[in-house]
Design a protein. Structure first.
Length: 165
């Protein structure tokens, strides 16, 4: 994935959809599953100074709790116009297109392709999304795909710091 970031400046924002796996109980209870390695990747990225944003149509309190636990800067749920929301975040933070990476797996994410420097799809994304992506991860969504993206951004940003020194 580093190759996909080659001509990018320092990445300042990773935005993504947040789905996780869903479990339903017999009484209609809903639970979601999240990957611990993905969470650690986001924590390391945040600690390095890269901002994080969750932008999702879902409005689950479970996803909100996940964002709060990870100290995600922008937790945006119930969003039906993802492009508008991402543009708001970018304008507020003074971010340029090539400083932003977005990871998404389904059709509502496609509107973000022209707004970011790199659009990433997990290995199990729908075909239209993988075709539009600048990079497709080796791992499926919810199983290390975001960790793969975070590690690549950390390596990319670190390589720019060494060349600047």
């Amino acid at each position: 994935m580093i190759e996909a970031l080659r001509n990018q400046p320092r990445i300042k924002l990773l935005a993504c959809d947040v789905d996780g796996g869903m479990y339903f109980g017999a009484e209609g209870q809903v639970m979601k599953r999240f990957n611990v390695k993905d969470g650690m990747g986001m924590t390391l990225l945040r600690e390095s100074g890269v901002k994080l944003a969750f932008i999702s149509v879902d409005s689950s309190p479970i996803c909100r709790a996940r964002g709060e636990k990870l100290k995600v800067h922008d937790i945006c749920f119930g969003v039906h116009d993802k492009a508008e929301k991402l543009q708001e975040i970018m304008a507020r933070d003074g971010l340029q297109t090539d400083e932003v990476v977005y990871a998404g797996d389904d059709l509502p994410d496609l509107c973000l392709v022209p707004l970011v420097g790199l659009f990433v799809a997990p290995a199990d994304a729908v075909e239209a999304v993988t075709r539009a992506a600048g990079y497709v991860t080796q791992a499926p969504g919810g199983q290390g795909a975001i960790r793969e993206v975070c590690d690549a951004i950390l390596a990319h940003n670190a390589s720019l710091e060494t060349t600047d020194a």
